[in-house]
Design a protein around this ligand. Structure first.
Ligand code: SF4
Length: 329
C-alpha cells in the first residue's frame, strides 16, 4: 500500500551518468569522458536508512545529486513512489522538492553567511507554504530547532557564531522545516570534528524516528554505517559491487572490495589499534579498467577479471558483483 513502511519509495534503475571534461582544442583533439555512474540500480523502501559507501571519487555523491535532480542521468530512470521524476519539468518537480531534502557535507559552505538562523529556516517553508502566517512560521522554527537539540533563541544569530556541529544541526533543521519524507545526506559528518560526529548522527537517527524519515546516507566511512544503516550499497568506480543488509555485510562480506574496506577499519588488537590498508589507488573514472573495475587492486583477480564485467547477482542473501563470490566466504 502507498505510504506504508517497507514499500518502495525511491527507485534508481540502471542509471548512468557521464561528464565531458575539457573541449576540443583545450585537451588535444577531443574532450575526455568521465563515467561517474555506470549502471546503478537501487530500490530504497520507506522507513529505511540506506547507506551508500565508497572511497572518494566512486560516484556516490554524483548519484546523490542525480537522485535530487541536481544532475540529469545520461541514461536510466529515477522514480519516487512509482512516478518517474528524473525527466520532470521544474514546475512538475516542485512537490518532490518538498518531499525530498538534502543535507550537504560542509555546514560552513551550505549555510548562507548573510542570513540569520530564522531567515535560513523560514526560507524553504515560505517558498513551499506561502499560506502560513508569520506566527505559524516562527512556531515551526522553534519546534524544529528544539527537535535537533538547538536553542530556539539562536534565531537572530549568523552561521559564523556557531560551531561545526551546531551548524550541521541547523542544516538538518532547515531540511526538516518542510516535513520531508526522504532525506539525502551527503557525507553529513565527515567535515566535523570526530568528537561531535556521533552527536550529529544521533540527531539524524532521532529525526528519523520523530519524522518517519527515509534516508539515503552517503559516506566514505564504513564504520559509521554499522550503527546507522539498515542496508548498505558498496560502490566502486561508479558501480555497485555489493548490496546487503547491514548485519549481513558486516558479519560476512563477500566482495573483495567490501572485505578490504572492512579490514581497513581500525580495531583493538589486544592493547593496540590495528587495521589493514587496502593496496593501490583508485583508478580514474576517465580511464576505467576493462572487465571488473576492481581487478587492478583485487587480491583474488584472475585473467577472466581483466575481460569480463561481473554482474550484480544474488548470493548468500545479498547481491555481489564478483565472478568468484562463491569462493570469498
Ligand atoms: Fe576480484 Fe575478479 Fe571478483 Fe573483480 S571479479 S572482485 S577482480 S575476483
Amino acid at each position: 500500500m502507498k505510504g506504508e513502511t517497507g514499500t518502495p519509495l525511491l527507485e534508481v534503475d540502471q542509471v548512468f551518468k557521464a561528464f565531458r571534461v575539457g573541449s576540443e582544442g583545450w585537451l588535444g583533439d577531443k574532450a575526455i569522458l568521465v563515467r561517474a555512474i555506470n549502471g546503478v540500480s537501487i530500490t530504497i523502501t520507506r522507513g529505511e536508512s540506506f547507506c551508500l559507501v565508497g572511497e572518494s571519487g566512486c560516484g556516490k555523491s554524483t548519484l546523490a545529486r542525480t537522485v535530487m535532480g541536481l544532475e540529469t542521468p545520461t541514461s536510466g530512470t529515477i522514480s519516487y513512489e512509482g512516478m518517474r521524476i528524473d525527466d520532470l519539468a521544474d514546475d512538475k518537480r516542485l512537490p518532490f522538492r518538498q518531499k525530498m531534502q538534502m543535507i550537504f557535507q560542509n555546514p560552513y559552505a551550505s549555510l548562507n553567511p548573510r542570513m540569520t538562523v530564522n531567515q535560513t529556516l523560514e526560507e524553504p517553508l515560505r517558498f513551499h507554504r506561502p499560506d502560513l502566517s508569520p506566527s505559524a512560521l516562527r512556531d515551526k522554527v522553534v519546534e524544529v530547532m528544539e527537535s535537533v537539540g538547538n536553542n530556539p533563541d539562536w534565531g537572530e544569530r549568523f552561521p559564523h557564531e556557531f560551531s561545526g556541529g551546531q551548524r550541521q544541526r541547523i542544516s538538518i533543521a532547515r531540511a526538516l522545516m518542510v516535513d520531508p519524507e526522504f532525506v539525502v545526506a551527503d557525507e553529513p559528518i565527515s567535515a566535523l570534528d570526530v568528537s561531535i560526529q556521533a552527536q550529529v548522527l544521533n540527531v539524524m537517527m532521532e529525526a528519523r524516528e520523530k519524522h518517519n524519515l527515509t534516508y539515503l546516507f552517503i559516506t566514505h566511512d564504513l564504520s559509521v554505517v554499522e550503527h546507522f544503516g539498515s542496508r548498505v550499497g558498496v560502490m566502486y568506480l561508479g558501480a555497485l559491487c555489493e548490496l546487503a543488509d547491514t548485519k549481513t555485510l558486516f558479519s560476512n562480506p563477500r566482495h573483495p572490495y567490501t572485505q578490504g574496506l572492512l579490514a581497513a577499519i581500525p580495531k583493538m588488537d589486544g592493547t593496540e589499534l590495528s587495521h589493514t590498508k587496502m593496496k593501490g589507488e583508485v583508478p580514474t573514472a576517465m580511464n576505467l579498467p576493462p572487465g571488473c573495475v576492481f581487478h587492478t587492486r583485487c587480491p583474488l583477480a584472475k585473467d577472466r577479471c581483466k575481460v569480463d564485467i561481473p554482474e550484480l547477482r544474488d548470493i548468500a542473501g545479498r547481491q555481489v558483483a564478483c565472478h568468484y563470490a562463491e569462493e570469498t566466504a
